[in-house]
Design a protein around this ligand. Structure first.
Ligand code: AMP
Length: 403
C-alpha cells in the first residue's frame, strides 16, 4: 500500500509518500506560508533526488493540499500515475487526550473528538483538523488515519501523570500530564530493540528526543511509564526556546513586577526562554557551540544546563525503572551533536553508562556509541516519525477496514 503522510501546522505543511511494500520513501515536501504572501511548495522526488519548487498563492490548507496532490501525480516530478494509488492518508495529530490511546481511522466521531481536544492543544489540533477536512474533500474515497503524538504515553500510571493540584482540575479540565513526541519515542524504542536483536518487552529503555523541542521517556517492558513533557510540551527539559520545569511561582512574581498578562507570560516561557534565554544568542546548538568555542560564558552555561537537565531525567528514570538496558539519542541535537552526547553521558560509569568517544564521533546515522565494557547500550537512532505514522496507518486500515 502507498501511504500519504500529512503533518499540518498553522501556516505550513509537511508531507511524504511512502510505498509500504518495502517501506520505501518515494517523495517528500513542504508547503510554507499558507495564507500568507509568498506561499511556496518544495517537493523532492526521492528516487531521482530531483527538487521542484513552485511559488503560487495558497490561501487555505485545502489549496495547499491540492498543490501537494498535483505535485505527487505530476508527469515529471511526481511519483504515482493516479491518486487512486494512494491507499490511505496518515495524519499527525498533536493531542489525543485521554480518549485516544492508539491511532484510529478517522470517522466523523473521531474528527469531532479531535476538534474537542483543541482546547488542550489550541496551536496544534486546529491545523490538523483543517488538513484532515481538506484531504477528505479532495480524496473522498481514501481512508484517513489519525496518529496522535500523545497516544504512546497513555500507558503511564497515575502516579506519573497526576499533578499535585486540587483533583477537580483533572476531572473538570483534564489537567494532567500527557507527554508528546510519542511517535518519535515509539519509533526509536522499537528500532533499538530491533538493532540489538532483543524484545522490547524484555527491556528497560530511556529515549532522549533532543531537538528544538526535547523530551525524555522511560519505557519498561514495552510500556511508557514516564515522560518529561506534561500537560503541554513546555514541561521537562530545558529546550531551544522553552524553559522546561521551573518553580511555578516565578512567573507570578515576574508578572507582578513587569505587569505582564498570562499570554505574555506564556510567550516568554515558550519562545524567549530555554538555551536562547540563558545564552541571549540563539536557540540553535550550532550557534551556541560556535559562541562557546569563542569563550562566550553564557553559551557555555546554556549548554551545561541543557546537559544537566537531560542527565537529571536519565537518573530519575533509572531509579523509576530500577535500571536501564538501553539509552537512545535522537532528533536534531541527539543525532548530530556528539559533544552534547558526550557531556550528558560523562561520568556515569557508576550507572554502567560508558560512551566510546570514537564511536560517538558520528552524525545522523544509526550507531552503537557505547564502549564494549558499558553495561548499558547507548544508541544513536535518527527518528522517523513519518514512517511510524505510515506503519500505524497501514495497521489501522487493516484492523478497522480489513484492507
Ligand atoms: P529538530 O527540532 O529535531 O529538527 O532539531 C533542531 C535542532 O537540532 C536545531 O535547532 C539545532 O539546535 C540542532 N542541530 C541540528 N544540527 C545540528 C548539528 N550539526 N550540531 C548541533 N546541533 C544541531
Amino acid at each position: 500500500m502507498k501511504v500519504l503522510v500529512i503533518n499540518c501546522g498553522s501556516s505550513s505543511l509537511k508531507y511524504q509518500v511512502l510505498d509500504m511494500n518495502g517501506e520505501k520513501l518515494m517523495a517528500k515536501g513542504l508547503v510554507e506560508r499558507i495564507g500568507i504572501d509568498g506561499s511556496v511548495i518544495t517537493h523532492t522526488k526521492v528516487i531521482t533526488g530531483e527538487k521542484w519548487k513552485n511559488e503560487t498563492p495558497m490561501e487555505t490548507h485545502k489549496e495547499a493540499i491540492a498543490q501537494v496532490l498535483s505535485a505527487i501525480v505530476d508527469p515529471d516530478h511526481g511519483v504515482i500515475d493516479d491518486m487512486s494509488e494512494i491507499g490511505a492518508v496518515g495524519h499527525r495529530v498533536a493531542h489525543g487526550g485521554e480518549k485516544y490511546k492508539h491511532s484510529l481511522v478517522i470517522t466523523p466521531k473521531v474528527l469531532e473528538g479531535i476538534e474537542e481536544l483543541s482546547a488542550l492543544a489550541p496551536l496544534h489540533n486546529p491545523p490538523a483538523v483543517l488538513g484532515i477536512r481538506a484531504c477528505q474533500e479532495l480524496m473522498p474515497d481514501t481512508p484517513m488515519v489519525a496518529v496522535f503524538d500523545t497516544a504512546y504515553h497513555q500507558t503511564m500510571p497515575p502516579e506519573s501523570y497526576i499533578y499535585a493540584l486540587p483533583y477537580e482540575y483533572y476531572t473538570k479540565y483534564h489537567v494532567r500530564r500527557y507527554g508528546f513526541h510519542g511517535t518519535s519515542h515509539k519509533y526509536v524504542a522499537h528500532r533499538a530493540a530491533e538493532i540489538l536483536g532483543l524484545k522490547e518487552e524484555d527491556l528497560k529503555i530511556i529515549t532522549c528526543h533532543l531537538g528544538n523541542g526535547a523530551s525524555v521517556t522511560a519505557i519498561k517492558n514495552g510500556r511508557v511509564i514516564d515522560t518529561s513533557m506534561g500537560f503541554t510540551p513546555l514541561e521537562g527539559l530545558v529546550m531551544g526556546t522553552r524553559c522546561g520545569d521551573i518553580d511555578p511561582s516565578i512567573m507570578t512574581y515576574i508578572a507582578d513586577r513587569e505587569h505582564l498578562s498570562s499570554a505574555e507570560i506564556n510567550e516568554i516561557m515558550n519562545k524567549k526562554s530555554g538555551v536562547l534565554g540563558i545564552s541571549g544568542i540563539s536557540s540553535d546548538f550550532r550557534d551556541l557551540e560556535e559562541a562557546a568555542k569563542d569563550g562566550n560564558e553564557r553559551a557555555q552555561l546554556a549548554m551545561r544546563i541543557f546537559a544537566h537537565r537531560v542527565r537529571f531525567f536519565i537518573g530519575a528514570y533509572i531509579a523509576e525503572m530500577n535500571g536501564v538496558d538501553v539509552i537512545v539519542f535522537t532528533a536534531g541535537v541527539g543525532e548530530n551533536d556528539f559533544g552534547m552526547r558526550d557531556i550528558i553521558c560523562d561520568n556515569l560509569d557508576n550507572l554502567g553508562i560508558h560512551l566510546d568517544l570514537i564511536r560517538n564521533n558520528v552524525r545522523g546515522k544509526e550507531a552503537l556509541i557505547s564502549a564494549d565494557d558499558s553495561k548499558v547500550k547507548v544508541l544513536l537512532i535518527p527518528t522517523n516519525e513519518e514512517l511510524m505514522i505510515a506503519r500505524d496507518t497501514v495497521w489501522r486500515v487493516s484492523v478497522e477496514l480489513g484492507k
